[in-house]
Ligand binder design. Structure first.
Ligand code: UDP
Ligand code: MG
Length: 316
């Protein structure tokens, strides 16, 4: 099969008929063999009934219904597991992305040698302050931290080589950083393509202000896991040692001052009246805690089933 289109959706009943007929039109015109996988992420509207009805007409359609809302990442993950096409396209169900772009994406993967191509909503039709500006900031941070030169990490419209989607695991709300996960799994050729973007036609956005907090936190975890996930002691051990040694040195100064004073029979103040004493104490305690965290991290990563999960590209 040439193409799998994966569509995660939550309460998008009005958009679905238009979406599937548009995708079907574009893909059949291009003579691809294809499937469209719609994942109903626990919709409470009529979406699942609509999918059932559309299934009668479109044989390329495959529907999966979650028992409750598990989130876009979960929906994408499930779609990826079912995808059989050589090229896997993801797109939002809200008609903000245009299916007309699909052939060019497929071409970039097939003939351009790309592992992943991300859409870039260069001209964006979303609320400026609620979305466009924060998103510019996210993308800048994500670019700096991951070293991937993409303008729009979170664009719903993306294309993947099949082995990319089978080789990465999206969980939590990591759908924002799939390119980072792909890079970390060893897929180097990540490209981008400018896409047309439209205003939402039906329904409302499913992501509220919670995004502003969750997005950066997820990016931090992803960077931490990719760098130190398999060797937590290197991070916590280093920090712990530095902090502890700093505290120890300070304690030594405070202590030796006291000893010298006693030796010279000078009346010295109590060590506990020096602020340095408390700083030294705190540093040593925090240093030990960091060290302990490192040991615990090592124990956890050692018993993880992922610990020897490497991505083999080829074998002879
Ligand atoms: N979505 C989903 N599960 C969720 C939230 C959203 O499957 O818990 C789907 C939603 O139906 C849409 C896509 O993810 O197809 C993108 O959501 P939305 O358009 O609300 O995001 P925005 O474009 O506002 O960033
Ligand atoms: Mg949208």
């Amino acid at each position: 099969m040439d193409v799998s289109v994966v569509v995660p959706l939550l309460n998008e009943a009005e958009s679905l008929p238009e979406l599937i007929s548009w995708i079907d039109k574009v893909l059949s015109q291009n003579k691809y063999t294809y499937e469209v996988i719609m994942i109903d992420d626990g919709s409470t509207d009529n979406s699942w009934n609509v999918i059932n009805e559309l299934k009668e007409k479109y044989h390329c359609l495959k529907g999966i219904k979650f028992r409750r809302n598990f989130g876009k990442s979960a929906a994408l993950h499930t779609g990826f597991q079912h995808a059989r096409g050589d090229v896997v396209i993801t797109m939002d169900a809200d008609l903000q992305d245009s299916p007309e772009e699909i052939p060019e994406f497929v071409n970039m993967i097939r003939n351009g040698g790309y592992d992943l191509v991300s859409g870039w909503k260069k001209k964006r039709f979303d609320p400026v302050f609620a979305k466009n500006l924060p998103s510019k900031f996210f993308n800048w941070t994500a670019r700096r931290m991951s070293g991937i030169k993409l303008h729009d990490f979170n664009c719903g419209l993306k294309a993947y080589r099949n082995r990319v989607v089978k080789g990465i695991e999206i969980y939590g709300e990591m759908h924002r950083y799939i390119p980072v996960l792909a890079k970390w799994a060893g897929f180097k050729k990540i490209g981008e393509k400018i896409v047309r973007h439209q205003e939402r036609k039906y329904g409302t956005t499913k992501f509220g202000v919670g995004r502003f907090m969750k997005g950066p936190l997820d990016l931090l975890s992803i960077m931490f896991i990719s760098k130190y996930g398999k060797r937590p002691m290197h991070l916590f051990g280093t920090l712990g040692t530095l902090t502890f040694v700093f505290g120890l040195a300070m304690a030594a100064i405070v202590g030796s001052k006291k000893i010298i004073a006693i030796k010279h029979h000078v009346l010295a103040p109590l060590v506990t009246s020096s602020p340095y004493f408390y700083i030294a104490l705190t540093c040593m305690v925090i240093g030990s805690l960091l060290f302990l965290t490192g040991f615990l991290g090592e124990l956890i990563s050692r018993s993880s089933s992922e610990r020897n999960n490497y991505h083999i590209e080829e074998e002879l």
